[in-house]
Design a binder for this molecule. Sequence first.
Ligand code: TYD
Ligand code: MG
Length: 456
Amino acid sequence: MGSKKVNFVCQQCGYVSPRWIGKCPDCDSWGSFVEEVVKEAGIKNSGGLSVSSKPVGLCEIVVNQETRMLTCVSEVDRVLGGGIVPGSLVLVGGDPGIGKSTLLLQIGHNVAQKYGRVLYISGEESLAQIKLRAARLKIDAPDLFVLTETNLETVSSHIKEINPLLVFIDSIQTMYTADFPSAPGSVGQVRECAVSLMALAKQLNIPVFLAGHVTKDGSIAGPRVLEHLVDTVLYFESYKHQQYRILRSVKNRFGSTNEIGVFAMTGNGLEEVFNPSQLFLSERPLGVSGTSVVCSLEGTRPLLLEIQALVSSTPFGNPRRLCTGVDLNRALLMIAVLDKKVGLHLSGEDIYLNIAGGIKSSEPSLDLGICLALASAFKNKAIDPHTLIIGEVGLTGEVRGVADCQKRITEGEKLGFKRCILPRRSLDSLSNVKEVKIELVGIKKVEEAIHCLLNL
Ligand code: TYD
Ligand code: MG
């Protein structure tokens, strides 16, 4: 038997080693190496982009404007940066059962109705199962074609034959290519299949959406390698098993990242949530201590969020600091600033911070809101519930300007806020202060904000 050369590949980061090792030197994960047969030389899919190999002057390249295809799901269009770019490869990652297949089928239906032929390829479900889901979603576009197949070569030939406008692969982990001698779902297979599909997408100028499962620790199963390869990476997430789903763009070659789309999973599929700020503030208790409302900018969209803080004296020597949604390091900085610069001694207190609704945000403009929620919880004094708090806090306790203040203020105004605490610098740079209907209070230091809102 001819001996095959094997390598060992880290499932987490794609690091390749000639022998098995317990700990990955690149990403520090343990026990993540799996065996992979080395592909022979003369590789077919070396880079995926062998479309043109002649240098062309940048000014000579002609690109048609307005070529993006709209999915008619406005949340998805926005997250993609204004629709689907022809020939792009989009990865939609998420936990099993989160609704990836549902979302793709709904997009497929819309595109098929508006533009024409769409091919949905499933390696996980039977035709009957897909039909049942479609019936539940009331999807019946005649131009939506379904194929159940896992062999990549067959898939490619069908794509070439049908020549659709859009292709879905559900999921990339179930696909395999006979070219590569390892099991479907392994790092090598997933990468090879993605590279082939990338080549196909660019060559035929057909956009391809790949659904990908996420492992327990949150990375796309198999490889982060995929993230480098594709044009756009969208994660589909839900929090605390709620019905709400968030589609987040973490990489986008054709639009801004950190853009989010909010959906609700209903009996008839995914419905868009057009006013997420209202949703995230809907259960906010009024007139209690330890909560503040901030405005985070997720991509291009302002989002009002409620920061909750709980401060209680620690029963043991070592106080606990627990954050959900808020960045822990950022929270520790704020606690230190309050201690040193404002004189609120939180060092002997257990501190819990949370963004209500299960949202995650690490935007610096949340800093001031975090400080005020902490101060309010510590002093047991409520902040006026109609006040919106915006501002980044520096280590000397200064409040620094934030980007796009106008958008944030308008969002607050829309949701009935009466007053907005914002950095003095941002206030000075606002152009149309006179048109703003809510009271604007510009401040320079955290202390001023605490004095203004809590009277301390
Ligand atoms: P699915 O799209 O199969 O998830 P994924 O492809 O990410 O694994 O979604 C399955 C879940 O969605 C399942 O728990 C049932 C639920 N669901 C609804 O609540 N309403 C619906 O209309 C549909 C189609 C699914
Ligand atoms: Mg699925």
